[in-house]
Each structure stands twice: as structure tokens, then as C-alpha cells.
Design a protein around this ligand. Structure first.
Ligand SMILES: C[S@@+](CC[C@H](N)C(=O)[O-])C[C@H]1O[C@@H](n2cnc3c(N)ncnc32)[C@H](O)[C@@H]1O
Length: 352
């Protein structure tokens, strides 16, 4: 049987040949790009100032660099650590452990991050159901735990002997009761299925050229997220890359332009890329050089194309609304960025 991997390469088993699928937009790195981007990565071995690390990727072990970082400089901490799963990240392997062992590991880095945070900072920590209990308990030691977002992670095939694992959690905490939350900046534009009128006037919705829509405040269940895959232009070979749309919601809600966002397990740099697109600053730390190089390339790409798939005209759109998004938008949508989404949805329907 032939198989397709996360990078959109098809392996033909009989011929043992791998080819790039048509419409594959996974980001790649040439030798000259590797050289160029490597020169931009930072290594630190002493205490540093904010200016020395501002908008940079530190390519080192977070456990080594954490004590060199400044105090009180972070407005928003986004942490997407290795989950409590057996998983390979290029050069690193993680093994699933007990909940208490995962708590111990998490506590070992989180307690050191408290010093970096401003008193008004917000903290978001990602995990799956297996890591979630540990995250809650460790966060409670240091922060005000405010909420848990659950997002639908529609990917992969069903499991035969268990419920398909189709969701992930993001824990939302703050250092104090004084924090930024821009609810207006993260509204969701939804199609109204049962439009209700009061005395003939639409109640809480608007008739637009392409349908009936309602703008709603976001809840803690997100069903409009697409996990990056091979035909999306933000896709890389990283096995657990977060979608730009997900980071956009967090960054818009919990920071303001010019704020600084810190990501200590930054992978292929989604946090920094979205921070840059939304005019925020960032500092990222990632141990794996290959992932840092992809992140650096994505930061360069963000200069030419600051669009974020699924976010347009200051609102987040449901999945499968490209046509309406295109027609309604005040600004030009990069159709190239959106087309793969349609293609993917078609493919998923065919699989059923
Ligand atoms: C879940 S992934 C983060 C993915 C990221 N959010 C993105 O969108 O690309 C976790 C990352 O942590 C990195 N990592 C693991 N241990 C680390 C350490 N001690 N210091 C720095 N990075 C580490 C892994 O290489 C992996 O890329």
C-alpha cells in the first residue's frame, strides 16, 4: 500500500520511491537557506538583557538557558511542551510516564519561568487529556487558573478499541487578577442556521450578500481549528506543529501590540510567526536546530505574507467559509493560502 506522511510525501512501497504529492505546500529548506538561517540563531551562555534576545530564536536547551533570561519581561507565556506521550521530535525522544512523574518534570521548568513574568502576564499551557490533570495541578501552585480551552483536533483515523483522541486542552492562567483580555478582538463569525426575527428584524445577526451571519464571543470550545497538513502553506515536517489560527486567538486576546510573548518549547516557531504578523515581539527557545531553521524561514515568509488562514477583517471565520470570506473581505485574501483548505475538506469527504 502507498502511504502519505505529514510532509506530503507519498511512499510507493513496491517501488520504494518517495515523491512529493501534487499541491503539497510543505515548507522545505535548501542548503543555502540552512546556512543563511543558522547564522541568525542565538546561543547564550551568560545573563542577557531583553534587547539581546528580542525577536530571536535561542537554539538551546531551555533548562540550560532559563537562568540567563531577564526577570519580569514577559507579557504572555505560551507553552506547548512535549505531552505525556511516547513521541520523537527529530533528535529527541520522549516516553510516556505516570501523571506524578509528568507533574515533577513540568514543575521543574514552570517554577523557573515565574521569575520571567510581569505581574500582569497571562500563561497558556497546552496538553492532551493525559497531561491535562498534571498541568492543572502544577499551574495552581503558581498562578490563578482561569479556564481550560478544549479544541477539536480533527486528524487521523478512528481507533478500534477506544474513543478516537480528537481533542486537546489549553490551560489559561494569569499571574494576578490584573491582566489583558481583548474579547472584541477574537470574535467568531458564524453562519446562522435558524435565523430568528423579532417583529421582522433580525435578532443578533446580519443579512450579508452571501448569507446570514452572527458575530459571537468565543467560548472555551474551539471547533474551527485545522491542524496543519501537507497542502497548507504553513505546514512543516514538525510532528506537532500548532496552527497559526490557534496562536492568533491567544495572542489577540491576551496581549496588545508591542507586547512580548515568550515560548520556551517553540518547535518550528508558530508563536513567533504569529506574534510578528500581529505586531507583537517574541523570544523563542528550541533545542532542535532543524526546527529552528524552519522557524527562521517562516519568520522571513511572514514579512511578505502576514495573512493568517481563517482570520480576516478582524474576525475568525468558521471552517469552509472561504468563498464568503473572499467576497466579504475589505482586504485581498491570499487565495493561494486558502485553497488547500478546500482541497483538504474534499479529500476528507471522499475518505468517509
Ligand atoms: C510540542 S512541540 C512545540 C511545537 C510548536 N508549538 C510549533 O508550533 O512548532 C515541543 C518542542 O519542544 C522541543 N523541546 C523539547 N525539550 C526541549 C528543551 N529541553 N529545550 C528546548 N526545547 C525543547 C521539541 O524539540 C519540540 O519541538
Amino acid at each position: 500500500m502507498n502511504s502519505m506522511n505529514k510532509s506530503g510525501n507519498i511512499t510507493f512501497n513496491e517501488k520504494k520511491k518517495t515523491v512529493r504529492a501534487p499541491l503539497n505546500r510543505t515548507i522545505t529548506l535548501s542548503d543555502s537557506e540552512r546556512e543563511k538561517y543558522q547564522a541568525k540563531l542565538l546561543k547564550i551562555n551568560n545573563i542577557v538583557s531583553v534587547n539581546e534576545i528580542l525577536n530571536k530564536i535561542i537554539n538551546q536547551d531551555i533548562f540550560y538557558v532559563i537562568d540567563f533570561l531577564p526577570s519580569n519581561f514577559v507579557d504572555l507565556l505560551f507553552v506547548d511542551p512535549p505531552y505525556n506521550l511516547t513521541k520523537n521530535f527529530n533528535s529527541l525522544s520522549f516516553k510516556q510516564v505516570s501523571v506524578s512523574k509528568y507533574m515533577e518534570w513540568m514543575d521543574s521548568w514552570l517554577k523557573k519561568m515565574v521569575r520571567l513574568l510581569k505581574p500582569t502576564a497571562s500563561i497558556y499551557i497546552c496538553g492532551d487529556w493525559r497531561s491535562s490533570a498534571a498541568i492543572h495541578l502544577v499551574c495552581e501552585k503558581y498562578f490563578v487558573v482561569r479556564n481550560r480551552i478544549t479544541f477539536e483536533r480533527e486528524k487521523g483515523r478512528g481507533a478500534k478499541k477506544d474513543w478516537k483522541n480528537n481533542s486537546e486542552d489549553i490551560w489559561f492562567c494569569t499571574v494576578s487578577n490584573k491582566y489583558t483580555f481583548n474579547a472584541e478582538a477574537v470574535k467568531l463569525k458564524r453562519r446562522v442556521l435558524a435565523p430568528y426575527r423579532e417583529k421582522g428584524i433580525p435578532k443578533d445577526w446580519k443579512e450579508e450578500d452571501n448569507g446570514k451571519y452572527r458575530l459571537t464571543y468565543p467560548s472555551n470550545i474551539w471547533t474551527d481549528i485545522t491542524i496543519p497538513f501537507w497542502s497548507m502553506p504553513e505546514n512543516t515536517p514538525h510532528p506537532t506543529q500548532k496552527p497559526e489560527k490557534l496562536l492568533a486567538k491567544i495572542i489577540l486576546a491576551s496581549s496588545n501590540e508591542g507586547d512580548l510573548i515568550f515560548d520556551p518549547f517553540s518547535g518550528v516557531g508558530t508563536t513567533g510567526v504569529v506574534a510578528k504578523k500581529l505586531k507583537r515581539n517574541f523570544v523563542m527557545v528550541e533545542i532542535d536546530k532543524e526546527y529552528c531553521l524552519y522557524a527562521q524561514k517562516r519568520l522571513e515568509m511572514a514579512e511578505k505574507d502576514p495573512t493568517i488562514q481563517g482570520y480576516c477583517d478582524g474576525v475568525f471565520w468558521e471552517r469552509n467559509t472561504l468563498k464568503d470570506m473572499k467576497n466579504r473581505s475589505n482586504r485581498k485574501i491570499n487565495i493561494d493560502n486558502e485553497l488547500p483548505l478546500l482541497f483538504h475538506d474534499k479529500r476528507k469527504k471522499n475518505e468517509k
